[in-house]
Design a protein around this ligand. Structure first.
Ligand code: SF4
Length: 163
């Protein structure tokens, strides 16, 4: 199986109640290799919820206790983000999943970039909290921006049927 951010498959799990549908991933979803969930919903955050950005560092820094997930009113949501990431890791380990495709720029799911914590739509290099935790445990994480039909064909061919 391959883990995919739920919003990329059209689930309305975004903070504003919307989704981030990715047509290529939705098309490949019909082949039955994907398992989808939302780290923030798994962390028991509601839909809708206030937008949150990582301040003081990226997801790796959050896991190290050196950064925090806060909203624009400075309310700290870090524990929900870490809890949600752990829930996703539990799922991934239960299904022996080796590969994940996560939504770029998200404070949970960002792979190459996240927003910089200033709430000015400015991005910086770094991972989201869930991405950092999965990478720590050896999961290969791609962003939807890395994905091509050729890469998906290879990942699905490598995916063990018994998984
Ligand atoms: S936490 Fe990840 S899966 Fe959930 S809405 Fe945000 S980007 Fe999508």
């Amino acid at each position: 199986m391959i883990f995919v951010s739920a919003c990329l498959l059209g689930h309305r799990t975004k903070y504003d109640g919307d989704s981030n549908p990715d047509n290529l991933l939705i098309r490949y979803n019909e082949r039955g290799h994907f398992i989808a969930a939302c780290p923030e919903c798994s962390g028991q955050l509601p839909i809708p919820r206030p937008p949150v950005e990582l301040q003081g560092g990226d997801g790796e820094a959050v896991l190290a206790g050196n950064a925090a997930a806060r909203n624009a009113d400075d309310k700290d949501f870090t524990r929900y983000f870490v809890h949600g990431a752990r829930q996703i890791l539990n799922t991934i380990q239960a299904y022996n999943i080796q590969v994940a495709i996560l939504k770029e720029n998200s404070p949970s799911c960002g792979v190459h970039q996240i927003y910089d914590g200033s709430f000015t739509r400015t991005k910086k290099q770094g991972t989201g909290v869930c991405t950092a935790l999965l990478q720590r445990h050896g999961v290969k994480v791609y962003s939807e921006k890395d994905i091509t039909p050729e890469l998906l064909d290879r990942l699905l061919a490598e995916d063990e049927p018994e998984n």
